[in-house]
Design a protein around this ligand. Structure first.
Ligand SMILES: Cc1cc2nc3c(=O)[nH]c(=O)nc-3n(C[C@H](O)[C@H](O)[C@H](O)COP(=O)(O)OP(=O)(O)OC[C@H]3O[C@@H](n4cnc5c(N)ncnc54)[C@H](O)[C@@H]3O)c2cc1C
Length: 195
């Protein structure tokens, strides 16, 4: 999938495809559109095993776009290349046990240190697709500025536990906890104030 640039195509049309040979050259990167993306999704569905299909980077499909769109260029290149190569996975961690649709009500907190140099994240996220095998997490938090998204690499203080779902464990659905996870300000590039 990585060799045919399928992982990159699953992010939809855009500059991230430029310079790549897509599926042996069947479509030019600048001509790739949402119809082609739909064909990919339909072909993945034809496997008729949703957990298995979701195990193929479904977490990355929803976790990577914030990095693709908002991370600084150095960080973006590192994470995006790693995920497109299939060597690393990233998950989107927004939902919480009591907060699904009501995203604004999330309780995970990121608190800035007194010297303003880093944040400390505490909280828990539920139903995180691909979380069991994710190397990075795109994490929704509350800060004193409102809603802020952080890119969190798996590290000490980040714990993932499997959640039993109605489909397959292959999807890696996880309960993810963040306990006193600290970050330098470089990750603040992804901050967006709550509207
Ligand atoms: C298999 C699976 C994978 C998932 N993967 C991820 C993931 O990777 N990352 C992640 O962050 N989350 C993930 N989720 C969580 C998912 O995003 C939430 O389940 C979803 O947002 C719904 O939230 P909830 O389950 O708390 O339901 P609730 O928000 O409690 O909703 C319950 C019901 O109430 C309705 N409802 C809610 N609010 C309103 C309203 N204001 N007006 C009218 N009706 C309303 C809903 O339509 C629904 O029918 C996953 C969930 C599943 C099942």
């Amino acid at each position: 999938m990585a060799e045919s640039n399928l992982h990159a195509m699953r992010m939809g049309p855009g500059k991230h495809l430029h310079g790549k040979t897509l599926y042996g050259g069947v479509v030019k990167p600048e001509e790739f559109d949402y119809f082609h993306e739909m064909v990919i999704n339909q072909e993945l569905a034809r496997v008729q095993a949703r957990g298995y299909g979701d195990g193929f980077q479904a977490g990355t499909v929803i976790g990577l776009p914030p990095v693709l769109n908002y991370a600084n260029p150095t960080l973006k290149k590192e994470i995006v290349d790693a995920c497109f190569s299939g060597k690393k996975n990233i998950s989107l961690a927004i939902s919480e046990a009591f907060v699904g649709s009501d995203v604004a009500g999330m309780r995970t907190r990121a608190v800035k240190s007194e010297d303003g140099k880093y944040y400390t994240i505490n909280g828990a996220k539920k139903w995180i697709t691909g979380g069991m095998h994710a190397h990075y997490f795109t994490v929704g938090t509350k800060t004193d500025k409102g809603l802020t998204v952080f890119l969190v690499p798996r590290q000490e203080g980040v714990e993932t536990r499997p959640i039993k779902t109605a489909y397959s464990a292959a999807a890696g659905t996880a309960y993810v906890t963040f306990k006193d996870v600290g970050f330098g300000l470089v990750f603040e590039t992804m901050q967006r104030d709550a509207r």
